[in-house]
Design a binder for this molecule. Structure first.
Ligand code: PGA
Ligand code: ZN
Length: 427
């Protein structure tokens, strides 16, 4: 059979932080090949698939020699001869072979790179772009982007507590227009930082370095940047990733810039005050991953006017999504394939979210590569939204630019998800 795997090899390559990562290349009998590259997080949820790293001194402990050996010795022999069109079978073979709940034995990085490579090979064997292979005859849309203007938290040496200050160009009617709007806001923010004597390069994902003395100063600067770019009346809205597990646990929040401790209820009050003062439409991980009660309270308080996204809290897990739905926590889920560890489990989390009416945001990681697969996943799965760091540095721009090519390929059929992708009516 032409679509059966005939060869599977892996290699060490380097990610956007200059750290080692894994690339897998799969070849099929009929000659199609596919590659997959594992991305890497910095602020990871405790329940994510584990990235297997070598430890020790070399590369700060981030080596991937053990994970590469696992691919060569165990994963490749188990997958040779299997049909690449049967993604679910391939992924379940790897899950069973690993045998742990969090893929810690073979490595989530080894498994996701392989899963992605098989998917690309399958699409190539059908001579289809990945988004089209995934969508089949189902309708697709270009995703509403969430794009970071200021980086913070774990991506900027904890200079400010909020990890991502992003914008959503909800008045756009096409991908092309959406990206042009964000380009203007990004540039305006850079100019305002320069005028204030605060322009100091960029953070991990390409957002401006957050040289601010309070979290609110960052929110004010972002609001001013949107205005300076000429947008008003909710044309461009703010999305925040609080990544609260980085400074809170056990119902106690210690944001480094706020000079005091907060209980969950007090911290939620701070966030609600920001929502009332600034044009905020979306908040990710407002409370810590261990604070289900806080997530329920926050969603109950603002879920009718703000998208409440679970990232560390839901870790792209169908089980955790279903539990959140039952509890009334969150109304949206971040979809990161390497949190789940396989493409099939990622799709299961998407389906669980969709069945409950949650919105879905496909997301890159802070450690990225030139790979553009997530742009195709966002379109092919009709996810509605995509988050890929900022609007600078080519490991980010590669994804945004790929969406422009897909929009062009769709021609008159291209539809931009826009504000309709949100779980709420825009404010
Ligand atoms: P990470 O950050 O890739 O470093 O985990 C992205 C996010 O928290 O959304
Ligand atoms: Zn996050």
């Amino acid at each position: 059979m032409n679509t059966h795997i005939i060869a599977l090899k892996s290699r060490r390559i380097w990610d956007s932080r200059g750290r080692p990562t894994i690339e897998v290349e799969v070849a099929l009998v009929g000659g199609a090949i596919g590659r997959g590259i594992a991305p890497a997080g910095a602020s990871c949820g405790s329940y994510e698939a584990i990235e297997l790293r070598d430890g020790g001194n070399a590369f700060g402990g981030y080596g991937v020699a053990t994970a590469l050996a696992n691919i060569e010795r165990e994963i490749a022999p188990a997958l040779i001869g299997k049909d690449a069109l049967n993604q679910s079978e391939i992924d379940h073979i790897m899950i069973a072979l690993d045998g742990t709940p969090n893929k810690s034995r073979l490595g989530g990085n080894a498994i996701i790179a392989t899963s992605m490579a098989v998917l690309n090979a399958a699409a190539n064997s059908q001579h289809l772009p990945l988004w089209r292979y995934l969508a089949g005859d189902n309708p697709v849309s270009l995703p509403l982007p969430e794009i970071q203007i200021f980086g913070g938290g774990a991506h900027a040496g904890r200079r400010i507590d909020i990890q991502d200050l992003l914008v959503m160009p909800i008045a756009a009617t096409s991908m092309d227009e959406a990206l042009a709007m964000v380009a203007e806001v990004y540039r305006a923010a850079g100019d305002l930082m320069a005028d204030a004597g605060k322009r100091a390069g960029v953070a991990d994902e390409g957002g401006w370095w957050p040289d601010f003395s309070s979290n609110e100063e960052a929110l004010q600067m972002l609001t001013r940047s949107i205005e300076k770019a000429g947008y008003q009346n909710g044309e461009v809205m703010i999305s925040l990733d609080i990544a609260a597990s980085e400074f809170g646990s056990g119902g106690c929040y210690r944001p480094g810039l706020e000079l005091r401790e907060y209980t969950t209820a007090e911290w939620i009050a701070v966030l609600i005050n920001w929502i009332d003062k600034y044009p905020i439409l979306s908040i990710e991980d407002p409370v810590a991953e261990d604070d289900a009660g806080g997530m329920i309270d926050f969603t109950e308080a603002v879920g009718d006017r703000v998208q409440v996204i679970g990232d560390d809290f839901l870790v792209t897990s169908a089980t955790r999504v279903r539990k959140a739905v039952e509890q009334g926590a969150c109304n949206a889920v971040l979809i990161k394939p390497n949190q789940a560890g396989t493409i099939s489990e990622t799709m299961a989390a998407m389906s669980a979210a969709r069945a409950a009416g949650f919105s879905t945001i496909v997301s890159a990681r802070s450690g990225e590569s030139e790979d553009v697969m997530i742009a195709h996943l966002a379109v092919g799965w009709n996810a509605g939204q995509l988050k890929v760091g900022s609007f600078a540095r080519s490991e980010r721009m590669a994804k945004w630019n790929e969406l422009l090519r897909i929009e062009e390929a769709l021609g008159a059929k291209a539809r931009f998800a826009g504000a309709g992708a949100l779980p709420i009516r825009s404010r």
